[in-house]
Write a protein that binds this ligand. Structure first.
Ligand code: GAL
Length: 352
C-alpha cells in the first residue's frame, strides 16, 4: 500500500490558510501545511490516521483515522481508529486510540484483523453523544460483507464503544426506485467484489443488485456521514458493487437509517465520497474505483442533498514537485473528507 496516500487525503481535504498562537510550542511545531511531507504529532511521531475525518467541536478539532501498521496489506485493522486533537489544524496532539479492535474475542465483529476504513465522527446535539461511522468488513471475508459500523462515545476522544455493524436499508426501497428493481424474481446472482467500471456484467440499472440486497440490506463500502445545517445527518455510501451511491437520511440519534434514501449516479462507479455544502449547494468529492491506485478526483453538485446530482469534473489543479504528481492522480491521494473553513465560510479542497 502507498503509505503516503492516506496521509495526503487529510492534507488535501483540510487545506486552508489559518494561523493561531500556541501557548507552548512542542518540539515539532508547524505554522503551515507541508503537502507531500511526513506530518508529525506533538511527540514527533508520524501521524497515523488514514482515510480520516475532522470533527470541529468547541474550540478544538479532532482528527480520526485508521491506524495502519507498515507491512500489513490493506486495512486489516490491527489497532483501531486513532484520534488526534488540534487548535489550529497544523499541530496535532496524539489522543490515543479512540476505537480499539477486540483482541481476545475472535467472534466479535471488530476483532483484530477485520477491516475498518474511513472512520467519520459526528456530534449529536440532542443526545450529546459522539457517533462514529466506518466501513466495516468481517475478518477473513475480504470486501464481501460491505457493511457500515457504528460506535459511540460521550467524549470526543473516546474510548468509543462499538454498537453494531449492519447493511443499510434492509426491506426499504429508495425513494427513486425503478420499477424493474422491485421485481425480486430478477435478482443478480452474486455480489461482485470491488466494482470498478465494467465489473458488473451489464449496466447497474439492468443488473438488479439493489433488489438482490433488498432483504439483507444494501452494500456499503466507501462511506461518510454529513450533518446538514438543520442537524439532519446523512449516510452516504458506495453501493451495488460500487456502481451507485446511496444517500440515506439517518435517524435523529444518528444511530440508524431512517428508511428514507435515494440512489444516485447509477453505473458511474464512484468511491471515496466526501460531502460539503457551500452557498446552499451540496458538493460531493469522490474518486473512480481503482482500489489503492490513485485516479482523478471527481466533483459533483446538487441543489438538494437527494439530487439531482450533476458531475462537474476534476477540481484538482497544480502539481506537487516533491511527489512529482499532478491532478490526474489526485497527487497520489484520494478524497476522504472536506472541512469547511469557519473563518471565511469557504471550502477548500484538492489543492496541494
Ligand atoms: C479504495 C477505497 C479504500 C479501500 C481500497 C481497497 O479504492 O477507497 O477505502 O477500500 O479501495 O482496495
Amino acid at each position: 500500500m502507498n503509505y503516503t496516500k492516506s496521509l495526503l487525503l487529510l492534507i488535501i481535504a483540510s487545506i486552508w490558510m489559518f494561523s493561531c498562537e500556541q501557548d507552548e510550542k512542542p518540539e515539532t511545531y508547524y505554522d503551515k501545511f507541508h503537502p507531500g511531507e511526513i506530518w508529525k504529532d506533538n511527540n514527533g511521531v508520524h501521524i497515523n490516521a488514514h482515510g480520516g475525518g475532522v470533527l470541529p467541536h468547541k474550540d478544538t478539532y479532532y482528527w480520526y483515522g485508521e491506524h495502519k501498521i507498515e507491512g500489513i496489506e490493506g486495512n486489516f485493522a490491527q489497532v483501531g481508529v486513532h484520534c488526534y486533537s488540534s487548535k489550529d489544524l497544523y499541530n496535532w496532539k496524539d489522543e490515543g486510540i479512540a476505537l480499539e479492535v477486540i483482541k481476545d474475542d475472535p467472534n466479535h465483529d471488530i476483532t483484530k484483523g477485520c477491516i475498518i476504513e474511513r472512520p467519520k465522527v459526528v456530534y449529536n446535539k440532542k443526545t450529546n453523544r459522539f457517533v462514529m461511522f466506518f466501513h466495516f468488513e468481517y475478518k477473513d471475508r475480504w470486501y464481501e460483507s460491505s457493511r457500515a459500523g457504528v460506535a459511540i462515545s460521550d467524549t470526543p476522544t473516546g474510548p468509543f464503544t462499538f454498537v453494531k455493524s449492519y447493511r443499510p436499508n434492509a426491506g426499504v426501497w429508495p425513494q427513486n426506485v425503478m420499477e424493474q428493481h422491485k421485481d425480486l424474481t430478477n435478482r443478480a446472482e452474486k455480489s461482485y467484489y470491488r466494482g470498478g467500471p465494467g465489473s458488473l456484467p451489464a449496466h447497474a440499472d439492468s443488473v438488479n443488485m439493489l433488489g438482490s440486497h433488498y432483504d439483507v440490506g444494501q452494500m456499503a463500502r466507501d462511506q461518510t456521514v454529513f450533518v446538514d445545517d438543520d442537524g439532519k445527518a446523512y449516510h452516504i455510501y458506495s453501493s451495488e458493487s460500487n456502481s451507485t451511491i446511496h444517500i440515506s437520511l439517518l435517524s435523529d440519534d444518528y444511530l440508524s437509517e431512517s428508511g428514507v434514501f435515494y440512489r444516485i449516479f447509477p453505473n458511474s462507479y464512484h468511491e471515496a465520497p466526501a460531502l460539503f455544502k457551500h452557498n446552499q449547494t451540496y458538493y460531493m468529492l469522490s474518486s473512480g474505483c481503482t482500489a489503492w491506485e490513485p485516479n482523478e478526483a471527481r466533483l459533483s453538485s446538487a441543489p438538494n442533498i437527494f439530487g439531482p446530482w450533476t458531475e462537474i469534473g476534476n477540481p484538482a489543479v497544480g502539481y506537487n514537485k516533491k511527489l512529482d504528481l499532478g491532478p490526474e492522480k489526485t497527487f497520489g491521494g484520494q478524497s476522504t473528507f472536506v472541512l469547511p473553513n469557519p473563518r471565511s465560510k469557504r471550502c477548500f479542497y484538492c489543492h496541494v
